[in-house]
Write a protein that binds this ligand. Structure first.
Ligand SMILES: [Zn+2]
Length: 187
């Protein structure tokens, strides 16, 4: 089984990295994702009856866009906030096309940096079935020291069902899981 791609401040993507193919994150969405990730997201949203209420706010971002987001956030919200919630350019999972930020459509304005995606209702249902469709909640509360990013209840990463179920059943971050897989031959 191939290791999931690990991207963080210590594991930047190679310069010029871009996904080979991209597809709309959800039908009608402007956000794009790697096609397997997009198909899994649609299946999951449909499985929980979330069509129309679960929105894909952000998917693939080229590095230039991540850089612009970093600089804009720095200007608007300051360095502490930016370091907590925006990955460094070159070090964002959004540059892989395998990560998506989701929002519950409440009819109001969507916070693009910290979208509202609660733990109950259709979003709770989404969370409870995410791993079987290959997604993990990537930046959890209590794991900030490991991931280097503040808790982000809206950010989901596609790793495939086998990895996702193994990660969730063990309560690990992707960092801890990849470490475990690379230091032990099998789980
Ligand atoms: Zn995100």
């Amino acid at each position: 089984m191939r290791l999931p791609l690990l991207v963080n401040a210590d594991h930047p993507l190679p310069e010029g990295f871009e996904p080979a193919l991209l597809a709309p994150a959800l039908p009608g969405s402007e956000a794009l994702l790697e096609p397997d990730c997009a198909a899994a997201l649609l299946a999951l949203v449909r499985a929980v009856g979330g069509e129309g209420s679960i929105l894909a706010v952000s998917g693939y971002r080229p590095r230039c866009e991540q850089l612009a987001l970093w600089e804009d956030t720095l200007k608007a919200r300051g360095e502490d906030f930016t370091r907590k919630y925006v990955a460094l350019p070159g070090c964002s999972e959004h540059e892989t096309g395998l990560a998506v930020d989701l929002a519950l459509d409440t009819g109001g304005k969507i916070d693009l940096i910290r979208p509202y995606f609660p733990y109950d209702g259709v979003c709770g249902e989404f969370r409870s079935r995410a791993a079987e469709c290959g997604f993990i909640e990537r930046y959890q509360s209590g794991k900030e020291a490991v991931t280097g990013i503040a808790a982000e209840p809206w950010h989901f990463r596609y790793v495939g069902a086998e990895h996702a179920l193994a990660i969730v059943s063990r309560g690990l971050t992707l960092e801890e899981y990849v470490e475990l897989l690379t230091t032990r031959r099998s789980l």
